[in-house]
Design a protein around this ligand. Structure first.
Ligand code: T46
Length: 137
């Protein structure tokens, strides 16, 4: 499983930095939803689910957190700590976010509106789902 990272271009000048993100130019899908996670308490793990039909890019725009991705065959961990770097998460990927710094703000760009029915929240069900789709598990 490849970790797919996007490097965005900061438009820096003597006032500071600005990063602009446009669909299909910087982000490989229609951006139908934006949400962000902040004030995460110490020791908390978020996520612990997969999606059937959702692409996302996660950007830790302030502070840092860890992201664990699992395609049912292997797991990889990546540090999110740069406001100009995004990590892409495709369908059928179990994700967990943890080790949030107290000041972390995790911005998420999503290809679909919120849909609770799209979530797979049970890990065994996720493995079965990937297996049925002909994946690695
Ligand atoms: C994901 C990871 C990276 C909404 O009402 N609308 C939304 O768009 C979202 C994302 C959440 N919510 C509500 C549903 C729950 O009552 O916000 C509450 C917390 O959501 P959840 O427990 O799903 O949050 P995380 O951090 O575990 O997961 C989120 C996304 O849900 C998920 O799609 O990939 O961030």
């Amino acid at each position: 499983m490849e970790i797919v990272k996007y490097q965005f271009t900061p438009h820096g000048d003597d006032r500071g930095q600005l990063v602009a993100l446009e669909e299909y130019k910087d982000i490989p899908f229609d951006i139908k939803r934006v949400y962000y996670i902040y004030d995460t308490l110490p020791g908390v793990t978020r996520g612990r689910h997969a999606h059937k039909n959702l692409e996302q890019i996660l950007i830790c725009v302030h502070g840092s957190c860890m992201l664990r991705l699992d395609d049912g065959f292997e797991q990889k961990e990546v540090l999110l700590d740069k406001p100009f770097e995004g990590v892409y998460i495709s369908n059928d990927t179990w994700r967990e976010m943890y080790d949030f710094s107290p000041d972390a703000v995790l911005l998420v760009l999503a290809s679909e509106p919120y849909n609770e029915a799209d979530y797979i929240r049970n890990y065994d069900a996720f493995l079965e789902f990937v297996k049925e789709k002909g994946g690695h598990a």
